[in-house]
Each structure stands twice: as structure tokens, then as C-alpha cells.
Write a protein that binds this ligand. Structure first.
Ligand SMILES: [Zn+2]
Length: 322
């Protein structure tokens, strides 16, 4: 019913002044930016939770009604949400407030996709410095909806941007500790292009940029050959992608007498389980950096942005002093 086009006010304040703005987002990464900037003034609903692959996710009826009734819709963009094109187009046609975070990143900062000519790699959140560049777009969108709170959104945005800057620098420091020979990241699909670009690590995905294209036997054979030839000891699985292909790599290498271990499970296209630190974007990145750095022989992050960790860390310090 909602789809038949109730004439909703565009960029209008939500009906009850005191009620938080309803922000509907696609992924946990986008949700973190919305919450970071919106604070108490927004109620954020993420359509895709832990373990959900956004390339393949099809909207449910409930999702559609949430999207159509939201005060603001935020999505990642660059065709990450591969099955949502028609719905996004419909929302835009009805002049609903819809913002793709990727649109705020200038094209010279985008990497091209290996899968499709002329398309960009959508996994921009993997480089914290690029993801940080999407914050002003969210702040502006919220400020347009609640102009009297624009200063609050701007202040929240600045604080959140500072956090991401800290995270980016800590990630650089941690990943720089991996020796030159070990700076190779083999994962289930090509989600880590921006990560590799930002943190100077060679990345190899079994599947392409989208999980829609299946990895063929030939691709697996080529990669097994590469693992054996370069004696790469570690590969990684991803929480939102089947590990079948990674297991095939390990089996293939073993058949040629080369042992490959799994360095851990990474959050690529979805944040971690609800009510954990990894359910936030910052927690997801910290998990990935710690997992990768440790498995490849480097040092984990010196500090965590997790407020819970920080309090336990300072307790630990007091205990050491004693
Ligand atoms: Zn992906």
C-alpha cells in the first residue's frame, strides 16, 4: 500500500518534534555512521544484519515498507546493494530523502572493479580514511531534516570523524608492523581492495568484487599454484561469504605438499553479531586489523576505541603498577 505513493513531505521534519528521526540503512557500516552523526536524535534500523551478503540480499516486504516510511534512507552505493537498484530508483522518483554514502567520495579516490568494466569497487569502508569522507553527507542530510539541530549533527560528525581518524592511524601503525614478505591477504572475495590500497597490503580474492560471480575451477587452480609458488602460508575466510572456495584452496595446496592455514574470519561486507563491539563499524575494523596483523606476524592495535576495552585496559595498568 505504501508503494502506491502516499505523498510524503520531502525533507520534512518528522511529525512529532520530540520523536527521533527514523533512519533506515542497508548495512551495519552505514548504520554506524548514522548513529555516530545522529546520536539520540535518530532511530536507526539496518536492513542487513550480521552475516548477510549485500550483493545478493533481496528486500523483504517489511524492508520495503520501512524504506517507504523512513525519514531518511542511507545506503552504501556503487552497486553494493546489487538487488536494490529498482527500489532506490523508485524512492528517488518519489523525491524521498535517499543518500548513497559512496557518492560523497570523489571519483579519483575510487578503485575500479575487476568484475565489470566502467564500474567502481563498492567496498569503500575497508579504508577508514575513505569511509570517513562520507560523514559530511550524512550530517548534511540530517541537518536538512532537522535544521534546528544542524549544529548538534555537525558537532557529532566532527567527533565521529576524529574517532575514525584515530582508528585509521592505529590501523596503519599495526599493519605496518607486518614484514614485507608477509604482506599478502588472500580472502574469499575481492572486498579488500581499498584495504590493500590504504594499508599497503597485496590482496587476492578467490571470487570477484561481487559474490554474484562464482569462482571457477580454473581460478581456484591458478590461486593454488600461486599459494604454492610463493609459499603463502595463510588465507582468510569472511563472515558473509561461504568458505567453500577457501577450503578448496587449502585442499589444493595440501595436495601439492604446501600447508596453508586459516588466519581467521574477517568481516567484509557485514558487521559482527548484534550486541557485540564487532556489530559496530569501528569494532569490525578493529577485529579485521587485529586478525590480519596477528596472523601475518605483525602487532595488533595498540588501543581500541571500544569504551569497555578502554576501561579494562586502564584497570590492567593499575594492576601492573601494584
Ligand atoms: Zn563484497
Amino acid at each position: 500500500m505504501l508503494l502506491t505513493g502516499v505523498q510524503a513531505p520531502v525533507w520534512a521534519q518528522s511529525s512529532a518534534d520530540s520523536a527521533p528521526l527514523t533512519v533506515v540503512v542497508t548495512t551495519g557500516m552505514v548504520a554506524d555512521v548514522a548513529r555516530g552523526v545522529g546520536g539520540d536524535l535518530v532511530s536507526v534500523t539496518s536492513l542487513m544484519n550480521a552475516g548477510v551478503d549485500p550483493h545478493l540480499y533481496k528486500l523483504t516486504r517489511r524492508d520495503l515498507s520501512r524504506l517507504m516510511s523512513a525519514d531518511l534512507v542511507l545506503y552504501s552505493g556503487l552497486k553494493l546493494e546489487g538487488k536494490m537498484d529498482a527500489v532506490i530508483a523508485r524512492l528517488k522518483k518519489q523525491n524521498r530523502p535517499v543518500v548513497a554514502l559512496a557518492e560523497s567520495i570523489s571519483s579519483d579516490r575510487l578503485l575500479t572493479s575487476g568484475d565489470y568494466a566502467g564500474q567502481y569497487d563498492p567496498h569503500i569502508w575497508m579504508d577508514v580514511s575513505r569511509w570517513r569522507e562520507t560523514i559530511p553527507a550524512v550530517s548534511q542530510a540530517l541537518g536538512r531534516l532537522l535544521p534546528e539541530q544542524a549544529d548538534t549533527f555537525a558537532a557529532n560528525a566532527e567527533r565521529y570523524a576524529d574517532e575514525l581518524q584515530t582508528l585509521h592511524q592505529s590501523a596503519q601503525q599495526s599493519l605496518n608492523s607486518i614484514s614485507v614478505n608477509n604482506r599478502v591477504l588472500v580472502t574469499a572475495h575481492d572486498a579488500f581492495g581499498y584495504f590493500g590500497d590504504a594499508y599497503d597490503i597485496e590482496v587476492i580474492g578467490v571470487q570477484g568484487v561481487s559474490t554474484e560471480s562464482e569462482a571457477g575451477l580454473k581460478r581456484i587452480e591458478t590461486l593454488v599454484g600461486l599459494l604454492v609458488e610463493r609459499q603463502i602460508p595463510t588465507v582468510f575466510v569472511e563472515s558473509s561469504v561461504s568458505r567453500r572456495n577457501v577450503d578448496a584452496l587449502i585442499a589444493g595446496a595440501a595436495a601439492q605438499g604446501h600447508d596453508v592455514s586459516i588466519g581467521g574470519s574477517l568481516f567484509s561486507d557485514a558487521t559482527g553479531p548484534a550486541d557485540t563491539w564487532e556489530a559496530t563499524y569501528r569494532g569490525m575494523i578493529e577485529h579485521n586489523v587485529n586478525t590480519i596483523a596477528t596472523a601475518l606476524g605483525g602487532n595488533p592495535l595498540a588501543d581500541s576505541l571500544n569504551p569497555a576495552n578502554n576501561s579494562s585496559a586502564s584497570n590492567g595498568l593499575v594492576m601492573e603498577v601494584n
